[in-house]
Design a protein around this ligand. Sequence first.
Ligand code: NOJ
Length: 708
Amino acid sequence: MESVTVEAQIDALLAQMTLAEKVGQMCQVPISHPELDERIRRGEVGSVIYSGTPLPGTGPQPPASAARLNYLQRIAVEESRMRIPVLFGRDVLHGYKTVAPIPLGMATSWSPDVVRSVCRVAAREASADGIRWTFAPMLDIARDPRWGRIAEGFGEDPFLCSALADAAIRGFQGDELSDPDSVLACPKHYAAYGAAEGGRDYNAVEVTTATLRNVYLPPFHAAIRAGAGSIMSAFPEIGGVPITANRALLTDILKEEWGFDGFVISDWAAVDELRYHGVAADRAGAALLAAQAGVDMDMASDVYADELAGLVEAGRLPEAVIDAAVRRVLRAKFRLGLFDRPYTDEQRSAIHLHPDHLRIVRDAAARSLVLLKNDGILPLAKAGLTIGIFGPLANARRTLFGAWTLDGDEASVVSIADRIRAAVDRSVTIRTAELVDDALTRARHCDVVIAVVGEGVSRSGEDHCVTTLDLPPGQQAFLDALHALQVPTVVVVLAGRPLALEPVHRSAAAILMAWHPGTEGAQAIVDVLFGDTVPSGKLPVTFPRTVGQVPLYYNHKPTGRPLPPGDRRHSRYTDHLDSPLYPFGYGLSYTHFEYSNLHIIREDGPAVTVRAEVTNTGPRAGEEIAQLYVRDLVASISRPVKELKGFARLALAPGETQTVSFRLTRDDLSFYNAEGKRVFEPGEFAVWIGPDSSRGLAGTFVIDPDGA
Ligand code: NOJ
């Protein structure tokens, strides 16, 4: 048995290692550390993070190279006493040299296949430069678009996020972790980081046991089940216990209840930050809390390096805690095959930007686009028109990458304006302008304007939270001015978060939400604008009408005073509608889909099959993402008004009908109760199959207490 051999090899290593060398395995050091070579030689470095600053997603980073990493690895493997290879990690979130849409965009595909292939591409390209560990996927459920990091995750829904988490782990880690083109995944940020109060990064979290278990933990559990070999603890505190010191989360649930046998790494400097949380008086206290809680590796703070050995020698921390952590780190290195093959073939970087990779991210980008509105203007003709291409992002290139792109090269991207120029017939006249004044003057002579607006990268990602979801300053005024000129306008929105697009919805002829779509994103957008691709993306997150409505998410709890019908008071605002502008699951097509014939088929025992027919009643072939929602009508704690429990992508020719069928088991209908116990409570359930979370064919079924 391979695993027995690995454990025996780890035993042998542990028996020979000094305390200092063991602690070294628990330390991750930035590539920019001035004494890195020497520290590796002394066996003080278990891992190197290939970034030089705490916020690599928001600024340029030194490029990784196999030659540099091989040089460092040689020191570890040939010059350090224990010859234990170093594990090199980097943030490779949604691509490497070939960049896919931001994760929120990928989630819009509702396609595990898309996520898996994109993560495979990222793994292949990153590993070619010696990176064998990525700090991804980001699995934080996000219900507040003010939080900049909503861009990095898969949206607001635990079911969708869990399906994509599974796919991401399989994509990064490949068939075998020991294959040279596999990378160790590190789901992050465990857990509930997305619930940061006020949508303000790093802020405290207040969450009940039931919400933690039902909403925030499932994607992480799915990632662990898929075999994720490491996990990153999150920055915030929950109920007064910083997660870096949270034994209940890191040990009791993760390692004991879920049986996770990989290792936990802190977030950047988070061990030291326990002092600022006010739970440790000094660095030694911080090290003690984190190690006891179950943090196996300290990212970048050097608190473990400086303090752990002293704590053991002083009898404050059992050496067994260190041994257990080191075992987990070494296990990951064995699984990656680093002991057998520590070096990277320096020729492999030829696969960067491989045509197959570009094809995969182009397909991902095509599926990441959501048509939010279309009065019939789209798709545009490629001939005979005068088209204005305006807006601050029409010529953007780097912006198309989005946040957390450390390795994409701007030279590999073509702007939306240039892609349009290349796509249209010579009979089309293109008008562009740098200044708003000129744009408005030229717009008068256009048949249609394509306005590319939205957020740049500096407004998205870590530490980039906002208090307004309006378009950045000046952009709405520009769109209003176009509207006043009565020029039909197609608005393409690039952004890392849902924006409050109500004013745009009122005036634009069409709106295409494109997120930050990656290397091939501009081409994917042009393919949709001119009808070569039929849009099929569906929102993985609710779009509010105004920032004042947030948090606004579809799977909220009922209140004692629900929305009308009825004349009772209800939970609402007096100055705006209650509903979102675009609900979770929403997205238009160039064709139409009709749902009919809902059937609920009871099986023996607590399982049901729910079916419906979906017909393409429009003029074009298209793909529809059919969605299944459930509500547990009466339970021991109030349950969400709707919960996604299934989805399926159907490719339908004009006039074609397909049956979509979902099976709901007892497990699908179970939930965590107020005590954090998973329970199945029989009774009546409502069920819907439909095109989004606000519409669908509805039915009910009953599961009796005896399960019949
Ligand atoms: C801090 C971020 O929170 C985390 O997502 C990232 O992986 C680390 N820095 C390393 O760059």
